[in-house]
Design a protein around this ligand. Sequence first.
Ligand code: HEM
Length: 504
Amino acid sequence: MYIYIGIAFLLILLYSLVIKPFIQLLLIKIKFGNQAKMIFFPIFGDIVEIEGSYKKYNDHYASIKKYFKENKDLKFLLLNIFNIPFIFIGDPEMIKQIHTNHDSFRKIDFLNNNSRLMGQGLLFQYGQQWKNQRKLLGRPFDFDKLKARIPMMNQVVKLKLANNNYQNPLDLTRSIAGEVVIQTFFGKEAENAQLNGREAQSEIVELFNDITEAIYGSFYGFLKWMIIGEKQWKILPNKKERNINRRIEELNIFARNVIDNRITKIQKEGFKKNQEDFDFLDIHLQELLDEKNTTGITKEEIISQFITLFFAGTDTTSSVAAMCLFYLAQYPEIHQELLKEIQTVIGDGDVLDIHLNKLQELNSFILEVLRVRNPASGPLVRVANQDMLIKDLHIKKGWILMPANFVQQQNDKYFQNYEDFDHKRFLKTQVVKNDNGYVNIPFSAGPRNCIGQHMAMMEIKVILCHIIRNFKVTPVPEKMKNLKWKAKFLYFHEPLDCIQLIRN
Ligand code: HEM
């Protein structure tokens, strides 16, 4: 009797974990033929593909890029995450549909920590709350407000470059980007903040990397992620998970203290006289402390937004700036061209807002780096809220989608001589072939595009101008020999010190 129950149980398990998703994907493959590629690995799914690519090519994304390069008709990959179909989409028309109908999806809590980290911030919010937050946040991201931050950006970059105490270029750019975020959004209360014994900006990035590692780099962590969700951190936490719990607690206390200190200051001294001088915290606290509070914003939301901005504003920008340095080291002739442009447009002084539009070569260089290797290699994966049709592909509620843009960015269907690193392509009027506006979108597109994109471009330009004028950027040959491309939270090279900055 028990044997039959056991066998029935195993069969049900086999059906729901393996056979059902396999058949769902297979039917799509049969319908779409050459336009779809099926890569099914029971239970472990896409992780097997990505780790396999790393083993074979020293690059987590190489195999996926290869599929799209080799098959020009390929529109999407059919993978699985555990027992759920996972569609990795490369077709720009389908990507457009996903980004324009953003309300039909939810972003996956890939760090399994949304109630303690970014869950209530702009990146993960939906519906009216997302609209309210985006409107409130629009003010500190207004272009004129950002322009006023350029002198501060120059100061931070010069100070950090003078300090000269960094283990690698990413360490340096992270320290700069974190400080700029602090001064732009949170003010004096958060300056020089230390968490877990290091600069707050480094700790937040490392914390997120360690969470990623604890989930995706461990069988135990991954199974817990799939089966019990966010309870992973409470139920039978191992040493790594306990350490992460402690650090998340510390980060929350820090954010809460910064906010409470500002509230105390406002209660004593009132708000700043000129609304033009309001930073992120002032704008949000004005809403919170107002009796009407029409957006219904809560302190918990502000804490979550704080963590979102700290993370989104630091890790992405610093990784792109450091990736630019990586390519400068590979192409010294481009370094010379950019130097010439910077000397002609700016001379020896600070970067001013009037210079930004004139730095055409530099702008094109950053765009080319974002085309070739954008560390924020795509938006977050999404879950369908309902059954739907994306072009002619039937998607069921609960299926997972990745509107990936990095596969189009390196494909001759869209870019001429796509394998060449040629920043001058962005100086031409028509850069992208067959463009529907959703091919080259390093900052995503549609209503949920990156709210910080102008700030990021400004900041990267300021960082690069100072470095290009004052440093040689060179590869370290013995480290370059073992170069690997790893997707942790962001996609970046290892070792981090394979290039170096040498002061002129
Ligand atoms: C080069 C640097 C940057 C890159 C490549 C980048 C990329 C992106 C991408 C691809 C998205 C879409 C995510 C998705 O929909 O799943 C996004 C959204 C977002 N980014 Fe950025 N980002 C950068 C810098 C920044 C900065 C400096 C900030 C803020 C200080 C920021 C804040 C945000 C926020 C809050 C969102 C969510 C917007 C929403 O859902 O309405 N980003 N970013």
